[in-house]
Design a protein around this ligand. Structure first.
Ligand code: ADP
Ligand code: MG
Length: 148
């Protein structure tokens, strides 16, 4: 699937499509979104809108310095309990993510895990991760390619 957005708000339509599609797919663990794309391509913006769409009350900030942040998802039809936001920009090796309890987190089917700079930890990501590739096309124009 490929989308062009002309402003940040249009990410919402992309998120809705993504959730529609992923229903068809069987998962053994968490729903993992692997976000790839250069600085400013819209990974954090997408993640913030995703959190809002799921009803997360807290403000989602980029966890660049803390690497990971967990948010509670209120009970709703998504069936998800927790939202984990990772930013791997500062990691050097894929294995570094494991000290944060990553393996436990991705086992739980009720977790949604969004990972920025996912290419850095590709070696430890399960095969069923959904890849989202962000591209900067113009000032407010972005391309999002989703590989499910
Ligand atoms: P990244 O996390 O990939 O570094 P950010 O989401 O932090 O990127 O930054 C994207 C910036 O581009 C934000 O300031 C956002 O407001 C702006 N922007 C403009 N148009 C779009 C769009 N169509 N989609 C996402 N972000 C956009
Ligand atoms: Mg970011």
């Amino acid at each position: 699937m490929e989308f062009i957005t002309e402003n940040p708000a249009q990410n919402q339509a992309v998120i809705r499509q993504l959730f529609k599609k992923r229903q068809d797919k069987k998962r053994s663990g968490a729903l993992i979104l692997a976000l790839e794309g250069e600085l400013g391509s819209g990974k954090t913006t997408f993640t913030q809108m995703l959190a809002r769409e799921l009803g997360v009350k807290e403000k989602v900030l980029s966890p660049t310095f803390v690497i990971m942040k967990k948010y509670e998802i209120p009970k709703n039809r998504s069936g998800l309990n927790a939202f984990y936001h990772f930013d791997c920009y500062r990691l050097d090796k894929a294995k570094e993510i494991l000290v944060l309890g990553f393996e436990e987190i991705i086992k739980d089917k009720k977790n949604l895990v969004a990972i920025e700079w996912a290419e850095k930890v590709k070696a430890v990501l399960p095969k069923d991760a959904i890849w989202l590739k962000f591209e900067h096309l113009g000032e407010d124009k972005r391309k999002i390619k989703i590989v499910i």
